[in-house]
Design a protein around this ligand. Structure first.
Ligand code: PIR
Ligand code: CA
Length: 318
């Protein structure tokens, strides 16, 4: 039985590859996609979501737009995020994409999540957020029962060593730290697939060559995404090859062996002067608090890229 997931995204090149992996992997049933403001403003991330869903053939599932702004604080609009340097003006710069072949679901993303989770069996759905956690926090507050009905939350965000916007904070968490705190502190299991893990998932020249060898329209789009994202990653973050962050969260749902995780107490700092948005991770029980969540630690690089390459082949056929 494939695992049913709801993807909550802010595409974003790596979000786009996460959508592709979710659609193209046989272990996953992609039940719905929701969009949130993050890498770009909501209208752009929503449009990108529809275009990527069209590209990969995810045309028969509900897609709903969610939160335009963070719960409490103002949106971060500096050069590293909105209109940012990494994903470009459109949020998904690079190759030309098909225009959306479907309508947006009229519901708010939070409502769509609630409707699916409450109509399903307990434990039927896994939430996979790969952007700021605003929609997930809103859904939790609107219908607290989803917390016990969701199987687990497997999210891309955070880091237990170092952030990528500040030394303490990763982008998705910093973008809506109050929402992230609510999600991490709720009584469900959160698996944090953070930068410590995702920085292992880099598209090396050997991987790029394997993707080009697939030689389909979609493999060429992925190759151009990696060109754009990779060039900016190199100039902005001084990393020679781009990490495909968001696909790692989907890979964790597919296989706990490919993305290994360890139990920990994890919460989000929302008061620190220097550490605002940090995902404080206690592996050793120093706080004496129960290990409420999991932190991803180790990636099986070869198996991860086999998943991506197989998924590109699969969505290229349909
Ligand atoms: C933000 C992102 C990626 C790179 C930078 N520099 C900033 C986005 C990705 O889509 C991913 O979900 C997360 N935020 C990584 O911080
Ligand atoms: Ca993202």
């Amino acid at each position: 039985m494939p695992k049913k997931i709801i993807l909550d995204v802010d595409p974003g090149h790596d979000d786009a590859i996460a959508i592709l992996l979710a659609k193209g992997n046989p272990e996953i049933e992609l039940a719905a996609i929701t969009s949130v403001a993050g890498n770009q403003i909501l209208s752009k991330t929503t449009y990108n979501t529809l275009r990527v869903a069209t590209l990969v053939g995810a045309t028969d599932i509900p897609i709903a737009a969610g939160a335009e702004f963070p719960l409490v604080r103002d949106q971060i609009t500096d050069a590293d995020s909105i209109a940012g340097s990494v994903h470009g003006e459109s949020g998904l710069d690079g190759p030309v994409l098909p225009e959306p072949a479907m309508e947006l679901d009229p519901r708010h993303a939070a409502q769509l999540i609630i409707d699916l989770v409450m109509a399903g069996e307990p434990g039927e759905y896994t939430l996979v957020p790969t952007g700021p956690l605003t929609n997930i926090a809103l859904a939790m507050r609107l219908q607290p029962e989803i917390v016990t009905r969701v199987k687990e939350v497997v999210l891309m965000g955070g880091a237990y060593t170092q952030g990528n916007v500040t030394p303490a904070a990763e982008f998705n968490i910093l973008a809506d730290a109050e929402a992230a705190a609510a999600v991490f502190n709720a009584d469900w299991q959160v698996t944090m697939v953070g930068l410590d893990l995702t920085h292992q998932a880099v598209a090396t020249p050997e991987i790029r060559e394997r993707i080009r060898a697939i030689d389909t329209d979609i493999s060429r789009v992925v190759d151009e995404w990696l060109d754009f994202f990779g060039a900016n990653y190199d100039s902005v973050w001084k990393m020679p090859y781009p990490p495909i962050h968001d696909a790692c969260a989907v890979a964790r749902v597919i296989s706990a062996d490919i993305v290994k995780a360890e139990k920990a107490f994890i919460t989000v700092e929302t008061a620190g002067k220097w550490t605002y948005g940090e995902t404080v991770t206690d592996f050793l029980g120093a706080y004496g608090l129960p290990f409420n969540n999991l932190a991803a630690t180790e990636l099986d690089f070869d198996a991860f890229w086999d998943l991506i390459i197989d998924a590109i082949k699969t969505v290229s056929k349909s």
